[in-house]
Design a protein around this ligand. Structure first.
Ligand code: HEC
Length: 177
């Protein structure tokens, strides 16, 4: 299901709620009072604060020139370690259309829909999907704006972006436990 703020979002969200309800034999009401799902959303909010704080901190304290090891590369190394240990899956994606690396372009339908919603000004986008063995997974995305002038040392194309505009996103996939 989807949690969004604009009218378009509400309609889209409703469609997704209906879709999710059909999958799980639950109504939209059940989903919003689903404690396991709420805990998973809370985990996403915690991880989002953690990862974004780390990226800003690394950029601020350690990145001075284009040849320095970027916070984006550090984040990807961190994400790979978390994925390997089976905790969760996160990707740092491009929403500007001009990625540093092509592999960071949105890939599947969720990532494309999330990019569209976040570039359109939404602050959060989610879907509940089927995982392995009848489990549920929460896919969630949050926007990444240009938070520092330093970002443009390597991402030239961020120079003309209006303040607050999403140029990227973090795309999460967590088991609902
Ligand atoms: C030192 C150069 C450098 C700086 C400064 C930098 N980045 Fe990056 N950024 C990179 C590199 C390299 C990648 C690709 C990392 C990877 O996928 O391994 C990347 C990837 C990204 C991505 C994923 C999409 C893409 O373009 O591939 C986003 C979003 C992003 N950076 C945002 C930011 C933001 C926001 C800042 C400022 C806080 C920033 N970057 C500062 C080098 C930099």
């Amino acid at each position: 299901m989807s949690r969004r703020t604009s009218m378009g979002g509400v309609v889209g969200g409703l469609l997704l709620v209906l879709g999710a309800g059909a999958w799980w034999g639950a109504t939209a009401e059940d989903q919003t009072t689903d404690p396991a799902l709420e805990r998973t959303r809370r985990q996403v909010r915690m991880l989002d604060d953690l990862y974004k704080t780390a990226v800003v901190l690394i950029t601020d304290k350690y990145v001075h020139t284009e040849s320095d090891f970027s916070a984006g590369s550090a984040a990807n190394a961190l994400f790979a370690a978390m994925r390997k240990k089976g905790w969760h899956d996160v990707r740092l994606l491009d929403a500007s259309g001009q990625p540093f690396l092509e592999k960071n372009l949105p890939r599947d339908e969720f990532e494309k829909a999330a990019t569209k919603a976040l570039v359109g000004g939404e602050t959060y986008y989610e879907q509940v999907v089927k995982g392995d063995n009848g489990t549920r997974e929460l896919r969630a995305a949050t926007p990444v704006p240009v938070v520092s002038e330093k970002c443009t040392i390597c991402h030239d194309n961020y120079k003309d972006v209006p303040a607050g505009q999403a140029i990227g996103l973090l795309s999460y996939r967590l088991k609902v436990e």
